[in-house]
Design a protein around this ligand. Structure first.
Ligand code: ADP
Ligand code: ASP
Ligand code: MG
Length: 452
């Protein structure tokens, strides 16, 4: 079989029957697109997340269950309730009911992940039915058979070698016979318990499956026509990028460009698989190709913003001319599975920003009381929240004269809490208050991309 293409469709792309039908046409237009990876229909994961929250009133719980069911039934209705699919959806919906009820008694992370996984189970069953309705031979496949992860519920780590092995055993042979539709975002650990990869994880799933299957390309179909110079919702003058390198795209994803989950590029880099990002609403507009090598590597490529940042300020006189303070701090953070993002130090202070502090799949905070107490034993801890990290992404940023001037001239009216520059040739980041972030992004975009 020739190298396959993996196509991933995000939540808005599979929001309803009409959207699914448009996406099915995109799949059918390319005979190499053998594997389709879908997110839950738009809004469903948010509703499921609300079902996992503590102290949920029963009335609200019933309302959420109804809203989830209504999204699925609207699609089923357009499909004419094919027997096997209608029965499958009913089964999944009643599973959601049972799991949400058991969470009211026991807020167990494994049950939360099992619950969150049902959104993708529904959309994949429905999408396969839409393909069949168009005369194509297609089946839904439970990705938990192949997407092996560790047992870190809510933010599980994929086990790359096992995924490759399981894919060649269980998935590759099916792809030779028909198109397969599977779920993004979810996996299973060695015991078979359902896990999730963190919010927005379907992009990552698609790239992992493409890597395991040695696909020729991964297509990320979403609601914008590619990767833009900044979030087009924030800056109307943002323009689409035709071609971008793995490095630049990885930096953009890491620094908050939601269009790609931060880990998406890793598997693509490992197998040198090209990634395409395009709009399922307007595929004719083209999109962005992410490649190993590109012809143009401009100094300024994009501006990204990552919200919900936490700044940890650690103060200790022990730091002065002493050794081991940072090692001890990092060891503590590592024990609590916190990954440090940016860091600046002075004689008696160290400031750290924490990566994705606010989030696992169910929105549980990772910054626990236990961690703060442990840190407080050897230093004074101050936590600042409601911050946003704005990153200028490009090439040779650290070694090009004039970059700082063009960045700082627009930052003048703003209170910058932290600056990181120099460690990477690809970015310069500033931490500002969340409420100023949009303004800062627009001002930077204007100065770096729109000025004549
Ligand atoms: P999906 O549900 O398809 O995964 P997402 O909402 O996760 O879609 O990602 C698409 C969104 O990413 C866009 O609607 C856009 O607002 C946002 N976005 C942020 N930064 C960028 C960027 N640089 N280029 C394009 N889109 C961006
Ligand atoms: N459905 C999941 C979410 O909303 C995964 C995804 O869409 O990528 O986060
Ligand atoms: Mg997404």
């Amino acid at each position: 079989m020739s190298a396959i293409v993996v196509a991933k469709f995000g939540g808005t792309s599979v929001a309803d029957y009409q959207s699914m039908s448009r996406c099915a046409d995109i799949v059918l237009a390319n005979p190499d697109t053998r594997l389709v990876v879908v997110s839950a229909s738009s809004g469903v994961t948010n509703l499921l997340v609300e079902l996992t929250q503590a102290q949920l009133e029963d009335e609200r719980r019933q309302q959420l269950l109804k809203e989830i069911a209504s999204i699925q039934y609207k699609i089923l209705d357009k499909l004419g309730y094919p027997d096997n699919v209608a029965a499958r959806i009913d089964k999944l919906l009643s599973r959601i009911g049972v799991l949400s009820e058991s969470l009211t008694l026991n807020r167990n992370k494994a049950i939360m992940d099992e619950l969150l996984a049902q959104g993708e189970q529904c959309s994949s069953a429905l999408f396969a039915a839409v393909l069949r309705e168009k005369g194509e031979s297609a089946s839904a496949f439970d990705v938990r058979q192949v997407m092996r992860t560790d047992s870190h519920f809510g933010r599980a780590e994929p086990q790359i070698e096992q995924i490759a092995e399981l894919c060649s055993q269980h998935l590759a042979p099916l792809l030779e016979q028909q198109r397969i539709v599977t779920q993004g975002f979810i996996g299973a650990d060695e015991q078979g318990s359902t896990t999730t990869l963190g919010r927005g994880g379907s992009d990552y799933s698609a790239a992992l499956l493409a890597e395991a299957l040695k696909a020729s390309a991964v297509e990320i179909w979403t609601d914008v026509a590619g990767i833009y110079t900044t979030d087009p919702r924030l800056a109307p003058n943002a323009s689409p990028i035709k071609e971008i390198s793995f490095n630049e795209a990885a930096e953009m994803a890491t620094f908050g460009a939601k269009v790609l989950h931060p880990a998406t590029i890793l598997p693509a880099v490992r197998q040198k698989i090209q990634v395409f990002v395009g709009s399922s609403i307007a595929p004719e507009k083209g999109g962005t190709w992410i490649r190993h090598q590109v012809s143009d590597e401009p100094i300024y490529r994009a501006v990204a913003v990552r919200r919900d940042q936490t700044l940890l300020n650690l103060h200790s006189l022990q730091m002065l001319h002493a050794q081991g303070f940072l090692a001890e701090t990092f060891a503590t953070l590592a024990r609590h599975k916190i990954s440090v993002d940016l860091i600046t130090t002075s004689e008696v202070n160290v400031s750290l920003t924490l990566d994705k502090t606010g989030s696992d799949s169910a929105g549980n905070s990772l910054l626990s009381e236990a961690l703060l107490q442990e840190l407080s034993q050897h230093c004074r801890v101050r936590v600042e929240e409601n911050l946003a990290l704005v990153a200028i992404i490009g090439n040779k940023i650290a070694t090009t004269a004039g970059v700082c001037r063009r960045v700082f001239e627009v930052l003048e009216p703003h209170n910058v809490r932290m600056i990181c520059q120099g460690a990477s040739p690809h970015n310069l980041c500033v931490l500002v208050s969340e409420s100023e972030a949009a303004q800062v992004v627009r001002a930077l975009h204007e100065n770096l991309f729109e000025a004549a």
